[in-house]
Design a protein around this ligand. Structure first.
Ligand code: GDP
Length: 423
Protein backbone atom coordinates (compact mmCIF):
# COMPACT_ATOMS: atom_id res chain seq x y z
CA UNK A 1 0.00 0.00 0.00
CA UNK A 2 1.50 3.30 -1.12
CA UNK A 3 0.11 6.59 0.19
CA UNK A 4 1.37 10.12 -0.42
CA UNK A 5 1.04 13.17 1.79
CA UNK A 6 1.35 16.26 -0.34
CA UNK A 7 0.77 20.01 -0.11
CA UNK A 8 -2.17 21.55 -1.96
CA UNK A 9 -1.03 25.17 -1.62
CA UNK A 10 2.28 27.10 -1.47
CA UNK A 11 3.82 24.92 1.28
CA UNK A 12 3.67 25.27 5.07
CA UNK A 13 0.27 23.58 5.10
CA UNK A 14 1.23 21.43 8.08
CA UNK A 15 2.38 18.32 6.22
CA UNK A 16 4.89 17.42 8.95
CA UNK A 17 2.12 17.51 11.54
CA UNK A 18 -0.09 15.24 9.42
CA UNK A 19 2.74 12.79 8.62
CA UNK A 20 3.59 12.59 12.32
CA UNK A 21 -0.03 11.68 13.03
CA UNK A 22 -0.75 9.37 10.09
CA UNK A 23 2.61 7.58 10.25
CA UNK A 24 1.15 5.60 13.13
CA UNK A 25 -0.50 3.22 10.67
CA UNK A 26 2.52 3.11 8.32
CA UNK A 27 5.73 1.10 8.32
CA UNK A 28 7.99 3.35 6.25
CA UNK A 29 7.99 7.09 5.44
CA UNK A 30 9.98 8.41 2.47
CA UNK A 31 10.94 11.99 1.61
CA UNK A 32 11.17 12.15 -2.18
CA UNK A 33 12.25 15.68 -3.10
CA UNK A 34 13.80 18.88 -1.77
CA UNK A 35 16.42 19.28 0.91
CA UNK A 36 17.05 21.30 4.02
CA UNK A 37 15.01 24.19 2.67
CA UNK A 38 12.06 22.32 4.21
CA UNK A 39 10.93 23.08 7.73
CA UNK A 40 8.39 20.61 9.01
CA UNK A 41 7.29 21.45 12.53
CA UNK A 42 6.09 18.57 14.67
CA UNK A 43 4.79 18.82 18.22
CA UNK A 44 4.14 15.58 20.09
CA UNK A 45 4.68 13.90 23.46
CA UNK A 46 8.47 14.05 22.95
CA UNK A 47 8.57 17.82 22.44
CA UNK A 48 8.73 20.30 19.57
CA UNK A 49 10.91 19.47 16.57
CA UNK A 50 11.70 21.18 13.29
CA UNK A 51 12.73 18.67 10.64
CA UNK A 52 14.57 19.81 7.53
CA UNK A 53 15.91 16.71 5.80
CA UNK A 54 14.68 13.80 7.90
CA UNK A 55 11.22 12.36 7.22
CA UNK A 56 8.67 13.27 9.90
CA UNK A 57 8.27 9.68 11.15
CA UNK A 58 11.79 9.81 12.61
CA UNK A 59 10.10 10.81 15.88
CA UNK A 60 8.33 7.44 16.09
CA UNK A 61 10.54 4.63 17.36
CA UNK A 62 9.14 1.81 15.27
CA UNK A 63 9.10 3.44 11.80
CA UNK A 64 11.70 3.30 9.07
CA UNK A 65 12.55 6.61 7.40
CA UNK A 66 13.98 6.89 3.91
CA UNK A 67 15.76 9.78 2.22
CA UNK A 68 14.90 9.13 -1.42
CA UNK A 69 16.96 9.62 -4.58
CA UNK A 70 14.92 12.70 -5.51
CA UNK A 71 16.32 14.59 -2.54
CA UNK A 72 19.35 16.86 -2.33
CA UNK A 73 21.24 16.20 0.88
CA UNK A 74 23.48 18.67 2.65
CA UNK A 75 25.41 16.10 4.70
CA UNK A 76 26.74 18.72 7.14
CA UNK A 77 23.19 19.83 7.88
CA UNK A 78 21.99 16.23 8.11
CA UNK A 79 24.70 15.32 10.65
CA UNK A 80 23.68 18.40 12.70
CA UNK A 81 19.98 17.50 12.47
CA UNK A 82 20.65 13.94 13.61
CA UNK A 83 22.81 15.16 16.54
CA UNK A 84 20.12 17.61 17.66
CA UNK A 85 17.40 14.96 17.57
CA UNK A 86 19.60 12.56 19.51
CA UNK A 87 20.03 15.24 22.18
CA UNK A 88 16.22 15.37 22.30
CA UNK A 89 16.12 11.63 23.04
CA UNK A 90 15.33 10.38 19.51
CA UNK A 91 17.04 7.15 18.42
CA UNK A 92 18.56 7.27 14.96
CA UNK A 93 20.48 4.34 13.50
CA UNK A 94 20.78 2.52 10.16
CA UNK A 95 17.81 0.48 11.38
CA UNK A 96 15.36 3.39 11.21
CA UNK A 97 17.08 5.65 8.69
CA UNK A 98 18.11 4.72 5.17
CA UNK A 99 19.63 7.09 2.62
CA UNK A 100 19.45 6.46 -1.10
CA UNK A 101 22.80 5.95 -2.79
CA UNK A 102 21.36 7.97 -5.69
CA UNK A 103 20.40 11.11 -3.72
CA UNK A 104 22.74 13.97 -4.63
CA UNK A 105 24.88 15.86 -2.13
CA UNK A 106 24.27 19.58 -1.71
CA UNK A 107 27.79 20.98 -1.20
CA UNK A 108 29.08 24.20 0.39
CA UNK A 109 29.79 25.64 -3.07
CA UNK A 110 26.10 25.21 -3.95
CA UNK A 111 25.10 27.11 -0.84
CA UNK A 112 27.68 29.77 -1.69
CA UNK A 113 26.44 30.06 -5.28
CA UNK A 114 22.84 30.46 -4.07
CA UNK A 115 23.85 33.28 -1.71
CA UNK A 116 26.06 35.02 -4.27
CA UNK A 117 23.24 35.01 -6.81
CA UNK A 118 20.59 36.30 -4.38
CA UNK A 119 23.00 39.06 -3.35
CA UNK A 120 23.67 39.94 -6.99
CA UNK A 121 19.93 40.18 -7.67
CA UNK A 122 19.47 42.45 -4.63
CA UNK A 123 15.95 43.94 -4.89
CA UNK A 124 15.08 41.59 -7.78
CA UNK A 125 15.78 38.56 -5.59
CA UNK A 126 13.64 35.40 -5.71
CA UNK A 127 13.40 34.92 -2.01
CA UNK A 128 15.62 31.84 -2.05
CA UNK A 129 16.12 30.04 1.25
CA UNK A 130 19.88 30.34 0.48
CA UNK A 131 20.42 26.65 1.15
CA UNK A 132 21.91 25.86 -2.28
CA UNK A 133 18.84 24.00 -3.50
CA UNK A 134 18.52 25.45 -7.00
CA UNK A 135 22.29 25.24 -7.79
CA UNK A 136 22.46 21.60 -6.71
CA UNK A 137 19.38 20.59 -8.72
CA UNK A 138 20.93 22.40 -11.71
CA UNK A 139 24.20 20.49 -11.08
CA UNK A 140 22.25 17.23 -10.96
CA UNK A 141 20.68 17.81 -14.35
CA UNK A 142 24.03 18.94 -15.76
CA UNK A 143 25.35 15.61 -14.45
CA UNK A 144 27.88 17.38 -12.27
CA UNK A 145 26.74 16.32 -8.82
CA UNK A 146 28.16 13.93 -6.24
CA UNK A 147 25.75 11.19 -5.20
CA UNK A 148 25.53 9.73 -1.71
CA UNK A 149 26.80 6.36 -3.01
CA UNK A 150 30.05 8.05 -4.16
CA UNK A 151 30.93 8.56 -0.48
CA UNK A 152 31.46 4.79 -0.28
CA UNK A 153 34.19 4.93 -2.95
CA UNK A 154 36.87 7.47 -1.92
CA UNK A 155 38.96 7.29 -5.11
CA UNK A 156 35.92 7.78 -7.30
CA UNK A 157 34.74 10.60 -5.03
CA UNK A 158 38.10 12.34 -5.47
CA UNK A 159 37.99 12.06 -9.25
CA UNK A 160 34.40 13.39 -9.37
CA UNK A 161 35.32 16.29 -7.09
CA UNK A 162 38.30 17.18 -9.30
CA UNK A 163 36.02 17.53 -12.32
CA UNK A 164 33.19 19.26 -10.51
CA UNK A 165 35.25 21.76 -8.53
CA UNK A 166 37.23 22.86 -11.56
CA UNK A 167 33.92 23.56 -13.30
CA UNK A 168 32.22 25.13 -10.29
CA UNK A 169 35.08 27.55 -9.65
CA UNK A 170 34.56 28.95 -13.15
CA UNK A 171 31.30 30.36 -11.77
CA UNK A 172 32.18 31.04 -8.14
CA UNK A 173 35.50 32.74 -8.91
CA UNK A 174 35.06 33.73 -12.56
CA UNK A 175 31.55 35.21 -12.39
CA UNK A 176 31.19 36.30 -8.79
CA UNK A 177 34.84 36.92 -7.80
CA UNK A 178 34.52 34.80 -4.65
CA UNK A 179 37.17 32.49 -3.15
CA UNK A 180 37.81 29.20 -4.99
CA UNK A 181 36.98 25.79 -3.51
CA UNK A 182 39.73 23.15 -3.35
CA UNK A 183 39.53 19.40 -3.82
CA UNK A 184 41.42 18.81 -0.55
CA UNK A 185 39.10 21.14 1.36
CA UNK A 186 36.03 19.38 -0.01
CA UNK A 187 37.51 15.93 0.70
CA UNK A 188 37.93 17.02 4.34
CA UNK A 189 34.29 18.08 4.38
CA UNK A 190 33.21 14.70 3.01
CA UNK A 191 35.42 12.94 5.55
CA UNK A 192 33.88 14.87 8.43
CA UNK A 193 30.24 14.64 7.40
CA UNK A 194 30.13 11.76 4.89
CA UNK A 195 31.95 9.11 6.92
CA UNK A 196 29.40 9.10 9.79
CA UNK A 197 26.60 8.47 7.26
CA UNK A 198 28.25 5.53 5.44
CA UNK A 199 26.25 2.82 7.15
CA UNK A 200 22.97 4.49 6.24
CA UNK A 201 23.54 4.50 2.47
CA UNK A 202 21.78 1.74 0.52
CA UNK A 203 19.84 1.15 -2.69
CA UNK A 204 16.52 2.32 -1.26
CA UNK A 205 14.63 1.41 -4.45
CA UNK A 206 15.22 -2.31 -3.96
CA UNK A 207 14.59 -1.90 -0.24
CA UNK A 208 11.18 -0.28 -0.81
CA UNK A 209 10.13 -2.69 -3.55
CA UNK A 210 10.86 -5.63 -1.27
CA UNK A 211 9.02 -3.96 1.59
CA UNK A 212 5.94 -3.30 -0.58
CA UNK A 213 6.03 -6.89 -1.88
CA UNK A 214 6.04 -8.06 1.73
CA UNK A 215 2.86 -6.04 2.37
CA UNK A 216 4.45 -3.11 4.21
CA UNK A 217 2.73 0.27 4.21
CA UNK A 218 4.79 3.07 2.69
CA UNK A 219 4.03 6.78 2.89
CA UNK A 220 5.60 9.39 0.62
CA UNK A 221 6.16 12.74 2.34
CA UNK A 222 6.32 15.85 0.17
CA UNK A 223 8.02 19.12 0.85
CA UNK A 224 6.25 22.34 -0.21
CA UNK A 225 3.00 22.29 -2.18
CA UNK A 226 1.49 22.01 -5.66
CA UNK A 227 1.94 25.72 -6.36
CA UNK A 228 5.70 25.40 -5.82
CA UNK A 229 6.12 22.50 -8.24
CA UNK A 230 8.81 23.31 -10.81
CA UNK A 231 6.48 22.47 -13.73
CA UNK A 232 3.00 23.20 -12.40
CA UNK A 233 3.62 25.92 -9.83
CA UNK A 234 4.12 29.67 -9.99
CA UNK A 235 7.29 29.47 -12.10
CA UNK A 236 9.88 31.00 -11.66
CA UNK A 237 8.89 31.42 -8.00
CA UNK A 238 8.75 27.68 -7.56
CA UNK A 239 11.10 25.30 -5.88
CA UNK A 240 13.57 23.39 -8.06
CA UNK A 241 11.93 19.96 -7.86
CA UNK A 242 8.58 18.30 -8.51
CA UNK A 243 6.47 18.39 -5.36
CA UNK A 244 3.56 16.48 -6.85
CA UNK A 245 2.22 13.01 -6.09
CA UNK A 246 3.09 11.79 -9.59
CA UNK A 247 6.80 12.41 -8.93
CA UNK A 248 6.66 10.66 -5.54
CA UNK A 249 7.39 7.13 -6.78
CA UNK A 250 10.24 8.43 -8.98
CA UNK A 251 11.87 10.44 -6.19
CA UNK A 252 11.41 7.55 -3.78
CA UNK A 253 13.13 5.06 -6.09
CA UNK A 254 10.03 3.03 -6.96
CA UNK A 255 8.98 4.39 -10.40
CA UNK A 256 7.30 1.03 -11.05
CA UNK A 257 4.73 1.63 -8.29
CA UNK A 258 1.41 3.46 -8.37
CA UNK A 259 0.25 5.64 -5.49
CA UNK A 260 -2.91 4.10 -4.01
CA UNK A 261 -4.09 7.17 -2.16
CA UNK A 262 -2.97 10.82 -2.03
CA UNK A 263 -3.77 12.87 1.05
CA UNK A 264 -3.67 16.56 0.19
CA UNK A 265 -2.82 18.85 3.09
CA UNK A 266 -4.63 22.16 2.67
CA UNK A 267 -4.70 25.17 4.96
CA UNK A 268 -7.96 26.81 6.03
CA UNK A 269 -6.48 30.10 4.70
CA UNK A 270 -3.54 31.00 2.46
CA UNK A 271 0.13 31.67 3.18
CA UNK A 272 3.09 32.16 0.91
CA UNK A 273 6.78 32.66 1.69
CA UNK A 274 9.00 34.74 -0.56
CA UNK A 275 8.31 36.54 -3.79
CA UNK A 276 5.90 35.80 -6.63
CA UNK A 277 2.21 36.15 -7.45
CA UNK A 278 -0.12 35.56 -4.49
CA UNK A 279 -3.54 36.67 -5.66
CA UNK A 280 -5.47 36.22 -2.40
CA UNK A 281 -2.93 38.27 -0.41
CA UNK A 282 -4.24 40.49 2.39
CA UNK A 283 -2.40 43.60 3.53
CA UNK A 284 -2.25 45.99 6.47
CA UNK A 285 -3.84 45.38 9.83
CA UNK A 286 -6.10 42.58 8.60
CA UNK A 287 -3.03 40.67 7.37
CA UNK A 288 -1.00 41.33 10.50
CA UNK A 289 -3.81 39.99 12.67
CA UNK A 290 -3.98 36.73 10.68
CA UNK A 291 -0.17 36.38 10.57
CA UNK A 292 0.01 36.73 14.34
CA UNK A 293 -2.93 34.42 14.98
CA UNK A 294 -1.40 31.73 12.76
CA UNK A 295 2.21 32.24 13.89
CA UNK A 296 3.07 32.57 10.23
CA UNK A 297 6.82 32.85 10.29
CA UNK A 298 8.94 30.35 8.29
CA UNK A 299 10.07 27.25 10.21
CA UNK A 300 13.36 26.99 8.26
CA UNK A 301 14.12 30.69 7.86
CA UNK A 302 12.01 32.69 10.37
CA UNK A 303 10.77 34.92 7.54
CA UNK A 304 7.28 36.43 7.98
CA UNK A 305 4.86 34.68 5.63
CA UNK A 306 2.48 36.55 3.37
CA UNK A 307 -1.12 35.71 4.28
CA UNK A 308 -4.54 35.73 2.63
CA UNK A 309 -7.99 34.22 2.65
CA UNK A 310 -8.67 30.72 1.35
CA UNK A 311 -8.06 30.66 -2.41
CA UNK A 312 -10.59 28.46 -4.21
CA UNK A 313 -8.96 28.82 -7.65
CA UNK A 314 -5.46 27.88 -6.47
CA UNK A 315 -6.66 25.12 -4.12
CA UNK A 316 -8.94 23.45 -6.67
CA UNK A 317 -5.98 23.43 -9.06
CA UNK A 318 -3.75 22.11 -6.28
CA UNK A 319 -6.16 19.21 -5.64
CA UNK A 320 -6.20 18.43 -9.35
CA UNK A 321 -2.43 18.37 -9.95
CA UNK A 322 -1.87 16.44 -6.72
CA UNK A 323 -4.52 13.88 -7.70
CA UNK A 324 -5.76 14.26 -4.12
CA UNK A 325 -8.06 11.44 -3.00
CA UNK A 326 -8.89 13.20 0.24
CA UNK A 327 -7.99 16.37 2.11
CA UNK A 328 -6.56 17.16 5.53
CA UNK A 329 -7.66 20.72 6.31
CA UNK A 330 -5.26 22.34 8.79
CA UNK A 331 -5.26 25.37 11.08
CA UNK A 332 -9.01 25.77 11.18
CA UNK A 333 -8.63 27.03 14.77
CA UNK A 334 -6.68 30.06 13.54
CA UNK A 335 -9.88 31.46 12.02
CA UNK A 336 -11.72 31.35 15.39
CA UNK A 337 -11.28 35.11 15.91
CA UNK A 338 -12.79 36.25 12.62
CA UNK A 339 -16.19 37.95 12.31
CA UNK A 340 -16.43 37.10 8.66
CA UNK A 341 -14.05 34.92 6.72
CA UNK A 342 -12.65 36.10 3.38
CA UNK A 343 -12.62 33.59 0.53
CA UNK A 344 -11.11 34.28 -2.87
CA UNK A 345 -13.73 32.60 -5.07
CA UNK A 346 -12.38 33.53 -8.51
CA UNK A 347 -9.81 35.75 -10.24
CA UNK A 348 -10.27 38.65 -12.57
CA UNK A 349 -7.86 38.60 -15.51
CA UNK A 350 -8.11 41.25 -18.25
CA UNK A 351 -11.54 42.24 -16.96
CA UNK A 352 -12.85 38.64 -17.16
CA UNK A 353 -13.81 36.27 -14.35
CA UNK A 354 -11.47 33.27 -14.33
CA UNK A 355 -11.91 30.04 -12.35
CA UNK A 356 -9.00 28.02 -13.74
CA UNK A 357 -5.57 28.76 -12.26
CA UNK A 358 -3.67 30.89 -14.79
CA UNK A 359 0.10 30.94 -15.30
CA UNK A 360 2.77 33.45 -16.28
CA UNK A 361 1.76 37.06 -16.82
CA UNK A 362 -1.98 36.26 -16.57
CA UNK A 363 -1.35 35.05 -13.02
CA UNK A 364 0.89 38.04 -12.26
CA UNK A 365 -1.93 40.43 -13.15
CA UNK A 366 -4.85 38.43 -11.70
CA UNK A 367 -7.00 40.25 -9.14
CA UNK A 368 -8.93 38.43 -6.41
CA UNK A 369 -12.72 38.26 -6.36
CA UNK A 370 -13.46 37.97 -2.64
CA UNK A 371 -16.63 36.89 -0.88
CA UNK A 372 -17.18 36.60 2.87
CA UNK A 373 -18.71 33.73 4.80
CA UNK A 374 -19.85 33.97 8.44
CA UNK A 375 -17.30 33.28 11.20
CA UNK A 376 -18.05 31.24 14.36
CA UNK A 377 -16.44 33.32 17.11
CA UNK A 378 -15.53 30.60 19.54
CA UNK A 379 -12.62 28.30 20.16
CA UNK A 380 -12.47 25.13 18.09
CA UNK A 381 -9.19 24.00 19.70
CA UNK A 382 -10.85 21.41 21.92
CA UNK A 383 -13.21 19.99 19.33
CA UNK A 384 -12.46 16.33 18.63
CA UNK A 385 -15.63 15.24 16.82
CA UNK A 386 -17.13 16.84 13.73
CA UNK A 387 -20.34 17.49 15.64
CA UNK A 388 -18.33 19.42 18.30
CA UNK A 389 -17.63 22.13 15.74
CA UNK A 390 -19.92 25.16 15.62
CA UNK A 391 -22.37 25.16 12.71
CA UNK A 392 -20.60 28.03 10.92
CA UNK A 393 -17.31 26.10 11.01
CA UNK A 394 -18.99 23.02 9.54
CA UNK A 395 -20.62 25.22 6.90
CA UNK A 396 -17.19 26.66 6.05
CA UNK A 397 -15.66 23.18 5.72
CA UNK A 398 -18.50 21.95 3.54
CA UNK A 399 -18.33 25.08 1.42
CA UNK A 400 -14.61 24.51 0.78
CA UNK A 401 -15.13 20.81 0.15
CA UNK A 402 -17.62 21.60 -2.58
CA UNK A 403 -15.50 24.41 -4.02
CA UNK A 404 -12.38 22.23 -4.45
CA UNK A 405 -14.36 19.11 -5.29
CA UNK A 406 -12.56 16.81 -2.87
CA UNK A 407 -13.61 15.12 0.34
CA UNK A 408 -12.21 16.67 3.56
CA UNK A 409 -11.49 13.73 5.84
CA UNK A 410 -9.22 15.25 8.49
CA UNK A 411 -9.65 18.61 10.20
CA UNK A 412 -6.76 19.88 12.30
CA UNK A 413 -7.55 22.33 15.10
CA UNK A 414 -4.16 22.54 16.78
CA UNK A 415 -0.48 21.73 16.35
CA UNK A 416 -0.51 18.84 18.85
CA UNK A 417 -0.80 15.27 17.62
CA UNK A 418 -4.29 14.69 19.03
CA UNK A 419 -5.83 18.02 17.95
CA UNK A 420 -7.59 16.34 15.05
CA UNK A 421 -11.11 15.61 13.89
CA UNK A 422 -11.78 12.70 11.57
CA UNK A 423 -14.89 13.38 9.56
P1 GDP B 1 4.86 21.94 6.73
O1 GDP B 1 6.14 22.44 6.17
O2 GDP B 1 3.81 21.71 5.69
O3 GDP B 1 5.04 20.74 7.62
O4 GDP B 1 4.28 23.10 7.64
P2 GDP B 1 5.06 24.01 8.71
O5 GDP B 1 5.59 23.14 9.77
O6 GDP B 1 5.96 24.93 8.02
O7 GDP B 1 3.86 24.91 9.22
C1 GDP B 1 2.78 24.45 9.91
C2 GDP B 1 2.78 25.09 11.28
O8 GDP B 1 1.48 25.08 11.82
C3 GDP B 1 3.62 24.36 12.30
O9 GDP B 1 4.16 25.29 13.22
C4 GDP B 1 2.62 23.43 13.00
O10 GDP B 1 3.00 23.09 14.32
C5 GDP B 1 1.40 24.28 12.98
N1 GDP B 1 0.13 23.57 12.83
C6 GDP B 1 -0.14 22.53 12.01
N2 GDP B 1 -1.46 22.24 12.05
C7 GDP B 1 -2.03 23.14 12.91
C8 GDP B 1 -3.37 23.39 13.33
O11 GDP B 1 -4.32 22.74 12.93
N3 GDP B 1 -3.56 24.44 14.19
C9 GDP B 1 -2.55 25.19 14.66
N4 GDP B 1 -2.83 26.18 15.49
N5 GDP B 1 -1.28 24.99 14.27
C10 GDP B 1 -1.02 23.99 13.39
Amino acid sequence: MLTSIVGINWGDEGKGRMVDLLAESQDIVVRYQGGNNAGHTVINDKGKFVLNILPSAILRDDKVNVIGNGMVVNIEHLCGEIAKLREGGINISPKNLKISDKAVVCCPFDVMQDCLEEDRLADRKFGSTRRGISPIYADKYMKKAIRMGDILHPEYLRSRLETIIEWKNLTIVGSYGAEPYTVEGMLDWFKQFGEPLKDYIIDTGYYLNKALDAGKKVMLEAQLGALRDIDFGIYPYTTSSNTITAYGPVGAGIPNRKVDSAIGVMKAYSTCVGEGPFTAEMFGEEAEELRKAGGEYGAATGRPRRVGGFDVVASRYGCMVQAASEIALTKLDILDYMDKIPVCVAYEVDGKRVEEFPSGEALNTAKPIVEYVPGWHCSTANCRKYSDLPKEARDYIEYIEKAVDCNIKYISVGAERDAIIIK
